[in-house]
Design a protein around this ligand. Structure first.
Ligand code: HEM
Length: 322
C-alpha cells in the first residue's frame, strides 16, 4: 500500500480532517498494547529471557481469539432467513478459518521455548493457566462444540462471572444453529425447483438404504440427522452437488464451518502434544494431569451434525444428484 493509499498516511489524514492530528501509535493504542508485556522474572535476580516470548505468544492468541469472536458475532447477528445470508457469511467464515489456521501455525512457535527456561519460570505463574482463557471457551460455545452439559467442566477454572457468561453463550444459537437456519430457509426457497425435488427423493432413498444397512450405527448419522431440521439437512446435502453457483456458495460456507471445527480440534491435539514435550508427566499449573487431561479433552470433542452429515455425503457409494 502506498503512503497516499494508507488511511494513516498523509493523504488519508488530510482527507479525514477531523483526525488530522492522529498518529499511527495513537490510533493503534500502541502504548497500551506494547506496554502490556510484563515478565515477572524481570524484577528478580535471574531474569528469564523466554518469558517475554511466552507472554507474547499467549497475548497474540488472545487478540486473534477476539477477532474470531467479532467475525462470529457478525454471522450470528445477521438474518439467517434473508436470501443474502450465505453471501455475507462466507467471507467472515473464511476469515475465521484463516485465523484458526494461523493460530495452529503460531502454536508451533512453542517448539522454540527453551524447556529449562520454561521450567525455571513456571513457579512464577502460580495457578494461572490456559484453562482460564475465557475467549477460548466462548469460541467453543459459539461454534457449538461446547454445550450446556459440558460447560461446567470447561469452567472449573473460571470466575463465577466468567462461568455465567459461558453458560449464557451456550444457551444462545450457535454458528452451527445459525447456518442450519439459513439452510432451512434456503430449502424453503428452493423446494419448488425440479433440482431440489430430485435431490430430495435421491437423498431420502440413500438415507433409508443406509439406515437399513448393517454396521450403520457406527456412523451415528440418524442422531446427527435428527439434530438438524430435515429441511436444513436436505439443503446441506443439495449444496454438496455444487451444480449451481448458489449451491457452491452455500457448500463453501458449510465447508468453512467444518474446517473451523477441524482446525480447532487440531490446535487442541497439537497443544496436548507440545505440553507433553515440555512437561512430560508434570501436572498443569491449573491442577490438571497436564498432557493426559488435554489429550482426553481433545478426544472428547463432538462432531457437529453438519460435519457428520457432510462426511457421510462424501463417502464412496453415496451418489450426489447431478
Ligand atoms: C509452555 C507452553 C504451555 C504449556 C506447558 C501449557 C500447558 C497447559 C496445561 C497443562 C493445560 C491444562 C490445564 C492446566 O492444568 O493448567 C493447558 C490448558 C490450556 N492452554 Fe496451555 N500450555 C501452554 C501454552 C499455551 C498457549 C500458547 C496457549 C494459547 C492461548 C494455551 C492455551 C490453553 C488453553 C485454551 C487451555 C484450555 C484447553 C482445554 O480446556 O482443553 N496454552 N495448558
Amino acid at each position: 500500500m502506498t503512503a497516499e493509499a494508507c488511511p494513516l498516511g498523509r493523504g488519508g489524514a488530510a482527507q479525514a480532517g477531523l483526525h488530522a492530528g492522529l498518529r499511527y501509535a495513537g490510533y493503534l493504542r500502541l502504548d497500551q498494547v506494547l506496554g502490556a508485556q510484563a515478565p515477572l522474572s524481570a524484577d528478580t535476580a535471574q531474569p528469564i529471557h523466554d518469558e517475554h516470548f511466552f507472554i507474547v505468544l499467549h497475548q497474540a492468541h488472545e487478540l486473534w481469539f477476539r477477532q474470531w469472536l467479532v467475525e462470529a458475532a457478525a454471522v450470528l447477528q445477521a438474518d439467517a432467513q434473508a436470501p443474502g445470508f450465505f453471501t455475507d457469511a462466507l467471507p467472515k467464515l473464511h476469515r475465521m478459518a484463516e485465523i484458526q489456521a494461523l493460530l495452529n501455525q503460531q502454536l508451533g512457535l512453542l517448539a522454540t521455548l527453551d524447556p529449562l527456561q520454561f521450567l525455571a519460570m513456571r513457579p512464577l505463574l502460580g495457578s494461572a493457566s490456559g484453562s482460564q482463557s475465557l475467549q477460548f471457551v466462548l469460541m467453543e460455545a459459539t461454534l457449538g462444540t461446547l454445550d450446556e452439559a459440558r460447560a461446567p467442566q470447561a469452567c472449573t477454572m473460571m470466575t463465577p462471572a466468567e462461568s455465567t457468561q459461558v453458560l449464557a453463550t451456550c444457551r444462545q444459537p450457535t454458528l452451527h444453529d445459525q447456518l442450519a437456519r439459513g439452510l432451512a430457509a434456503e430449502w424453503q426457497r428452493q423446494q419448488a425447483t425440479p433440482a431440489a425435488k430430485a435431490c430430495h427423493a435421491q437423498w431420502a432413498q440413500a438415507l433409508t438404504e443406509r439406515e437399513a444397512a448393517q454396521g450403520w450405527p457406527a456412523l451415528a448419522l440418524p442422531a446427527a440427522f435428527a439434530r438438524l431440521p430435515r429441511a436444513a439437512a436436505l439443503a446441506a446435502l443439495l449444496a454438496r452437488s455444487r451444480s449451481q453457483p448458489r449451491e457452491r456458495l452455500i457448500d463453501d460456507a458449510l465447508d468453512r464451518l467444518c474446517q473451523l471445527e477441524q482446525l480447532l480440534h487440531r490446535w487442541r491435539l497439537q497443544h496436548a502434544e507440545q505440553v507433553r514435550e515440555l512437561l512430560d508427566e508434570l501436572p498443569g499449573t491449573g491442577g490438571s494431569s497436564g498432557h493426559r487431561y488435554l489429550s482426553a479433552n481433545a478426544a472428547a470433542q463432538p462432531h457437529s451434525a453438519l460435519r457428520t452429515l457432510r462426511q457421510w455425503a462424501a463417502r464412496p457409494g453415496i451418489q450426489v444428484p447431478a
